[in-house]
Design a binder for this molecule. Structure first.
Ligand SMILES: NC(=O)c1ccc[n+]([C@@H]2O[C@H](COP(=O)([O-])OP(=O)(O)OC[C@H]3O[C@@H](n4cnc5c(N)ncnc54)[C@H](O)[C@@H]3O)[C@@H](O)[C@H]2O)c1
Length: 314
């Protein structure tokens, strides 16, 4: 039988970690996947497996876990997201970049075979082409979140080229899912709308109706993440984040699709500070490098995502 890697996931209690840990446990075995988060266990849905409380800014504790569990693969998800990040820029830099920099050094010195780092469409900015944003393009992000993530990508590239550390990364677009309601991001409306329409019949959207943003449904996030981490190293042409997309939508288009399920529902628009962030991001993404290198293809378009989401939203 193939030897399973020992896996550590940081920030595992969040929107993505909750579902990624479950997928990793079903692939590698529950006991082989250590979930960790700043917040104690009750937010970790895969609660039957091993868990350790870990603040990623505490490198000593991270190293102790690498040693104790003989970790081979690290999925470093812990971060403050775009909207929350603007409210505390120093903390965001410390968690999203400084902790990442030290984590890479620790992974290298402890012979970790493979590291996953989630990047974001937040690395783009006003100088980036907004339609079919190319893989290699201009990066002048306007948020501290974007700055930490593009710097993180560059740091990954440096560790790969200088030390040979196998670091892999995806630029996730807005992630739509139903298990953990996201908070602190700019694309949260795409999940909130489902819950508010179902529960209250009305949604107050914090973005303008025609704000187009690239999105992805959680099963495709898991598929892409595992697909990239399972690819052979020679298939990969970049250690920067791969562009990734499922589909693009505006709040009005999502609402129109949802009216098929909730015909009485209503929506109003009250743009707030997140509008400015959204306006600096891409509308559509060219993710052909990911398709060409390791065969990325999403399974869900907007209609397929909505059809599946409404079955699960309560
Ligand atoms: N959700 C999205 O739409 C999206 C899009 C692009 C990129 N990403 C990236 O994916 C990753 C996971 O995102 P998510 O949506 O699950 O975020 P989330 O906010 O739902 O979860 C983040 C988790 O990190 C934990 N955390 C915060 N500070 C920590 C610290 N100091 N030490 C340890 N844990 C800490 C939080 O408790 C939380 O459980 C992040 O790196 C994010 O930048 C997410």
């Amino acid at each position: 039988m193939e030897k399973q890697p020992k896996v550590l996931v940081t920030g595992s209690g969040g929107q993505i970690g909750t579902e990624l840990v479950r997928a990793l446990r079903s692939m590698h075995g529950t006991e082989n996947v250590l979930s960790t988060d700043l917040i104690p266990r009750d937010r970790d849905e895969g609660a039957e497996g091993p868990f350790a409380q870990l603040d990623v800014t505490d490198t000593e504790s991270f190293v102790a876990l690498l040693e104790e569990h003989k970790i081979n693969h690290v999925y470093h998800l812990a971060a403050l997201l775009s909207s929350k990040g603007e409210k505390n820029i120093d903390l965001t830099w410390n968690i999203n970049f400084e902790a990442h920099r030290k984590l890479l050094a620790a992974c290298y010195s402890h012979n970790v075979d493979r590291v996953f780092f989630p990047s974001t469409i937040g690395v783009y900015g006003p100088t980036t082409p907004r339609q079919m944003t190319p893989q290699f393009t201009s990066f002048q992000p306007s948020t501290v979140y974007g700055i930490t993530k593009i710097t993180g990508e560059l740091w990954n590239q440096y560790y790969k080229s200088r030390y040979g550390l196998d670091v892999r990364s995806l630029r996730y677009p807005g992630v739509i899912s139903y298990e953990v309601i996201p908070e602190g991001g700019t694309t949260d409306f795409s999940v909130e709308m489902f819950f508010e329409l179902k529960r209250k019949g009305h949604y107050v959207c914090y973005l303008k109706k025609d704000t187009r943003l690239p999105m992805i449904y959680m099963p495709d996030v898991i598929k892409a993440t595992l697909g990239l981490m399972q690819a052979e190293v020679h298939q990969l042409s970049t250690s920067m984040g791969y562009n990734l997309s499922g589909f693009s939508l505006t709040p009005a288009e999502l609402f129109e699709e949802l009216q098929r399920y909730y015909p009485e529902a209503t929506i109003s628009y009250e743009p707030d500070a997140r509008q400015q962030i959204a306006d600096s991001w891409s509308e559509t993404i060219d993710d052909r490098t990911a398709s060409d290198d390791w065969g990325w293809q999403p399974d869900y378009n907007m209609q397929g995502m909505v059809k599946d989401m409404v079955k699960h939203v309560v």
